[in-house]
Design a protein around this ligand. Structure first.
Ligand code: GRF
Length: 211
């Protein structure tokens, strides 16, 4: 049976769409997006998912404790038999409960070379700090913000005339590329974790891992 992805998003949804495109184009084989969930009713990503015929649900978070909210989200993920949870511009920290339920099976994309510039407006932080290179990171998710073991990164040079917009645009191209690549690696089990290090395996090494 193919692998089933659950996507959590809060906004635009371009990373969600890049993953969906990669699945249709065979760049992520034997996988489908089983459900997209947002806490925000107005998230354009929800409309984009529905336009693709994907089950897209809004679960409002207002007035709920983090744990109570996450129990609802996890229930839907279970109902849809989700194997891997992909955060794609999801503006909420996950509860310990969620992280435990899907331990090692949650990934996130962040628009900086972590551990530099975690949190909000990473591109603005990079520009204001004056770094010459920034980029993006796909990492496993734990209970700490933008902190789990790093799967893939891509570097993007900062130009002297960059604005937050132009820099974000160039980073986004790399986000879409490495997110698909990382999701494929995870679904194929082509990695091994040593401490904080994620070692990417080739197909032969991955086959040995499963024996
Ligand atoms: C991306 O820059 C992602 O790295 C960050 O939030 C943004 C979401 O963009 N976590 P989109 O909704 O995927 O277009």
């Amino acid at each position: 049976m193919g692998k089933r992805i659950g996507v959590l998003l809060s906004g635009r949804g371009s990373n969600f769409e890049a993953l969906a495109e990669s699945m249709s184009a065979g760049r992520i084989p034997d996988a489908e997006i089983a459900v997209v969930i947002s806490h925000r009713g107005g998230a354009p990503g929800i409309e984009r998912a529905r336009a693709r015929g994907i089950d897209a649900r809004v679960i409002p978070s207002r007035g709920l404790e983090r744990d109570a909210y996450d129990r609802q989200v996890v229930a839907v993920m279970r109902e849809k038999n989700v194997d891997l949870v992909c955060l794609a511009g999801y503006m909420r920290l996950l509860s310990p409960y969620f992280v435990k339920e899907y331990h090692g099976c949650i990934v996130n994309i962040h628009p900086s070379l972590l551990p530099a510039f975690p949190g909000l407006e990473a591109q603005r932080q990079a520009l204001e700090h004056g770094v010459k290179f920034t980029g993006c990171t796909v990492h496993f998710v734990d209970e700490t913000l933008d902190a789990g073991p790093i799967l893939l990164q891509a570097a993007v040079p900062v130009r002297d005339d960059d604005t937050v917009e132009t820099l974000s645009e160039r980073i986004l191209i790399e986000e879409h590329r490495i997110y698909s690549e990382a999701v494929r690696i995870v679904l194929e089990g082509r990695y091994r974790i040593e401490g904080r290090r994620v070692i990417i395996l080739n197909a032969a090494e991955a086959a040995k891992k499963h024996v």
